[in-house]
Write a protein that binds this ligand. Structure first.
Ligand SMILES: [Zn+2]
Length: 145
């Protein structure tokens, strides 16, 4: 179900951002993209679905699925968890660029990107331990399963 308090969206949400936490450095084979070591910490993955946004988000939150998208490989890794989901009407690439951070795996999630983002997965650094806000996702709504 959509989280409460987001009824005021002017535009219909087309973009979703997953706030991902990795517990310790993890070596992950991301399909044909290659194998990367992801440092422990906080990541934001930005994707979009012009239709059926919620089914896409729910798919990402599901543990049992075929590995198709790059992010599927990451989320299937032990110790990797989606902490929250943010939806917005901001175009995918603009939302991705607003995240900032660094690129842990060049090309990740960017197969369809024509804006030159380089990666739709951004690494923001260590997971905050003191309640410090994290990037653009300030109030994580607990992901429902
Ligand atoms: Zn892009």
């Amino acid at each position: 179900m959509p989280s409460p308090g987001r009824r005021d969206d002017r535009a219909r949400p087309v973009t979703y951002q997953l706030l991902i936490r990795i517990d310790r450095p993890r070596r992950v084979r991301v399909g044909r993209l290659g194998t990367f070591v992801f440092p422990a910490g906080c990541y934001v993955y930005t994707g979009s679905a012009k239709r059926a946004l919620e089914p896409r988000v729910n798919r990402h939150l599901s543990r049992t699925k075929r590995l198709h998208w790059h992010v599927d490989y990451l989320l299937a890794t032990p110790g990797v968890a989606v902490e929250s989901v943010r939806r917005s009407g901001t175009p995918e690439c603009a939302a991705n660029r607003a995240v900032g951070g660094t690129v842990p795996a060049p090309g990740f999630g960017a197969s369809d990107c024509r804006a030159g983002c380089g990666s739709h997965l951004r690494f923001l650094g260590p997971w905050p331990t003191s309640g410090r806000e994290t990037g653009t996702i300030s109030h994580p709504a607990r992901a429902t399963r």
